[in-house]
Design a protein around this ligand. Structure first.
Ligand SMILES: [Zn+2]
Length: 413
């Protein structure tokens, strides 16, 4: 056989394939001489047919990481260290980075996007461990545009088929309030404004939970809600002297930014609280308004579930109403009312008096609800004749042509 090889060193024909540092080599079984050193062939068959195998196709190259990838991994580790994340996170994030960078989608993207990819890996890891890191913080650290980050993040999730839990609001409250300068150790705040951190966090969590139950959180940025909730909680813990303090003054005191949607969230929270307060007879007598409602927060939060049930038509009723049309035997609204929220001994109000519990975007729609397509539009088949006069109105007349060319000439000089 012409392909039969002999060891150039000892003349033995016992040539075997041996894997040497993950690269298959032809080795003499008798003396150990490596026949294929420097010849980049992967298998014995390749060697026999003397096929040239490119370096990148040989196994060694695939296992080696390019400089760019190594740099990315280093960046992932750096970012985790800067954020003081547990070491377990670091390895997960690196694993995500290695997975992502192998995808053709990410291999050829710009350096800027590769830098953002570093952030995506860390961000996803944090989300999966309920670590309250916001996209805003990551963007700040990477000097990345938020839009580009969001776009890259979405394609990252799609490429890696990752399922990411929503941000844990409670953890976010804890970390966000941690940066406030309202606690005993801060000297710059007047003593009547100083609050115990544990108490403020606990109360804020309650308010945020209330906001979540009343559809103020879904689809919104969480930080403005946390800010508004913290403000209300802070007011309620010591109303004397704090009720006159505005949201922007509060943020200035706490040394935190006032995110633009926060006043709107505060207004929505006030509406909910006032609605709930009107269900408590002793508060109805006091005629609470949005300025004083924070004073009664403890009462309202204590009876939160009951007040929500009595103040609003809850989700069940809304659902029933819409199903009611098709249901075979719709129940009377009155029946529903009593069985849904059974309050012994209390006179029930008719359900129509109570506003439904809905997200603000449905209660005050900014845009007109999409008009239903008219029947005549639906019956158009697309085979109707097209008249010449109909087409001609899209063509320029000679006068229009002349005016247009004159205008162009004017622009040129
Ligand atoms: Zn040999």
């Amino acid at each position: 056989m012409s392909g039969q090889r002999k060891c150039p060193d000892c003349g033995s024909s016992e040539i075997v394939e041996d894997s040497h540092y993950a690269q298959n080599q032809l080795v003499c079984a008798d003396c150990g001489f490596i026949l294929t050193e420097g010849l980049l062939t992967t298998t014995y068959t390749d060697e026999e047919h003397l096929q040239a195998v490119t370096y990148s196709r040989s196994t060694g190259q695939n296992e080696q990481l390019s400089r760019c990838v190594l740099r990315g991994i280093g960046r992932v580790r750096d970012l985790c260290k800067v954020l003081h994340l547990p070491s377990l996170f670091e390895d997960t994030a690196v694993a995500y980075y290695q997975q992502a960078i192998k995808r053709p989608f990410f291999r050829l993207v710009s350096l800027e996007k590769k830098e953002i990819l570093v952030g995506c890996c860390v961000f996803v890891t944090c989300r999966q461990h309920n670590w309250p890191l916001t996209m805003g913080s990551i963007c700040l650290l990477l000097y990345a545009e938020k839009e580009l980050f969001a776009k890259t993040y979405l394609s990252f999730l799609k490429e890696l088929e990752l399922d990411v839990p929503a941000l844990s609001l409670i953890d976010l409250v804890k970390t966000h309030l941690g940066s406030f300068k309202l606690f005993p150790n801060s000297s710059s705040v007047p003593s009547k404004f100083v609050e115990d951190k544990e108490k403020l966090v606990a109360r804020t969590i309650q308010v945020v939970e209330l906001a979540s139950e009343t559809w103020l959180v879904t689809g919104r940025h969480p930080i403005p809600i946390v800010t508004a909730a913290a403000y209300l909680a802070w007011q309620s813990l010591c109303p004397a002297g704090r009720l006159t303090c505005t949201l922007s003054q509060f943020c200035k005191l706490a040394g935190t930014d006032l995110p633009p949607p926060a006043p709107q969230r505060l207004k929505e929270l006030h509406n909910i609280l006032l609605r709930m307060a009107s269900e408590l007879s002793w508060l109805r007598v006091l005629k609470v308004n949005k300025k004083s409602v924070a004073k009664h927060m403890a009462d309202i939060l204590q009876h939160r579930r009951l007040l929500l049930q009595t103040a609003f038509r809850t989700g069940d009723f809304v659902g029933d109403d819409s199903v009611g049309d098709s249901a075979a035997a719709p129940l009377q609204p009155g029946d529903r009312d009593t069985e849904g929220t059974s309050l012994p001994g209390e006179k029930r109000k008719c359900s129509s008096e109570r506003p439904p519990l809905l997200p603000p975007c449905l209660l005050n729609p900014r845009k007109k609800l999409r008009a239903t397509v008219s029947c005549s539009e639906l019956s158009v088949t697309g085979d109707e004749p097209i008249l010449d006069s109909e087409i001609e109105q899209y063509l320029r007349t000679p006068e229009e042509k002349e005016t247009f060319s004159k205008a162009q000439a004017c622009l040129r000089c």
